[in-house]
Design a protein around this ligand. Sequence first.
Ligand SMILES: *Cc1c(COP(=O)(O)O)cnc(C)c1O
Length: 345
Amino acid sequence: MNIERLLRDNIKSIKAYSSARDEYKDASADMVFIDANENPFESTVNRYPDPQQTALKQRLSVLKGVEKSQILLGNGSDEVLDLIFRAFCEPKTDNVITLPPTYGMYKVLADLNAIDILSVVLESDFEPKVDEILKIQNSNSKLLFLCSPNNPTANSFNADKVERLIKGFKGIVVVDEAYIDFSTQKSWVSRLSEFPNLIVTQTLSKAYGLAGIRLGICYASEFIIRVLNKIKPPYNINQLTQIKALERLEALSDVKNEVQNILEQRNILRNALAPITFIKQIYPSDANFILAKVDDANLRYHQLIEKGIVVRNRTTQVLCENCLRFTVGTAEENNILIKILNQLS
Ligand SMILES: *Cc1c(COP(=O)(O)O)cnc(C)c1O
């Protein structure tokens, strides 16, 4: 499969901006650094950050078993997704395929980049319609977004279906694994070498508890990473984010304990939701949230707001009529939710 052919013409030939720290890389060397017009007085952040985030990628490389050259970091996965659009999708010409109901940013980014969307609604069990997706693609279909576990439906897609899609789609398949750390499924990162058209995105915003620092991760072939690296803003990951992320990735047992706690709480919450009479259906979850169908989502949403609880009302999304999405909180938060739900009439 020729990936270069999928790139936009201007991207094929683009030259990356060369920053001061790209031209002389070893910021730790015992040198006088007067090449970047920085203020020389030490404040811990008076110097530009490492544009290639070497220490952070080294740690991720060890943790995930992927070469550093196959990792790109972004200011949240949202920046990563935007870079992917700008690398592959020619405005007003190309299209991408999404599978609603799913993460809203794919459409926002498509609109922003003037890219058409072909959407193929999921089956009623929230699995992708593989044949229909492969049939609808055309020569301008550059990206296919598979969000697994999917937001807001909470299920992971069947792995055989995902594999058929990666093999049958003629563009790039982006598997968004924002919730993979809560999932019983294996990450597609381990299959990267088999599929040159596969991009996997992850984030530190969910299981790692670092939504505030904005760190998204992209895993792909060396070729794709090289292209995305060329077009990313030079210092897109700030110094404070690099430090904080590295600290967290070195305290993995804390992350694992928190994930374990959230998964236990998810089951407790699920069992407590089940007997509530206005909750009509609770969908299976492979993530840190639960989608549930209620009698009247707008009514229940506003009743909860009045009691000081904010959930996500997904009722306007296809297949999600009268559905609310509950993020699993702490035991204390979940207890408050359950108590309030049981008081509503
Ligand atoms: C929350 C979420 C993200 C995270 O985006 P960040 O920009 O990394 O915070 C990505 N994809 C999906 C499906 C999400 O739900």
